[in-house]
Design a protein around this ligand. Structure first.
Ligand SMILES: [Zn+2]
Ligand SMILES: [Zn+2]
Length: 123
């Protein structure tokens, strides 16, 4: 029995479930560790220092991975996308349409970087 995989590192700007590990499809190349990246379940999570080795070339995902991310992974293999019924709202910073709860992905990535800088500076 494999160990349950640790969740993604926390951030106040992540929108993905903080209790599970999310898959990061890396549509724009390998995501940089500690940045906020889009997840398979179409939310945002922090990129962990150690990438998942099994994901991508194995049919079995280790325990602890987000169910929606896995469902999205298999849907993508069939050329499909999961339906998404979350409401869109205006981003409170840049007024673009977003499903990320009032603050869009780009503004969250900026805010997360700022947060990382200030928390690291405080140590
Ligand atoms: Zn997920
Ligand atoms: Zn925005």
């Amino acid at each position: 029995m494999a160990d349950r995989i640790a969740p993604n590192p926390p951030s106040p700007y992540a929108t993905a479930d903080p209790n599970t590990r999310h898959l990061l499809p890396g549509l724009f190349g390998e995501p940089r560790p500690a940045t906020l990246a889009p997840t398979g379940c179409d939310r945002l999570a922090v990129v962990p220092a150690e990438a998942l080795r099994a994901a991508g070339d194995s049919n079995a995902f280790p325990p602890g991975i987000c169910d929606t991310c896995i469902a999205a992974w298999y849907a993508a293999l069939r050329g499909q996308e999961l339906p998404d019924d979350r409401p869109t709202t205006d981003c409170r910073e840049c007024q673009s349409q977003t499903r990320h709860d009032g603050l869009c992905a780009l503004c969250r990535q900026d805010a997360h970087e700022e947060w990382t800088r200030t928390t690291e500076g405080a140590r």
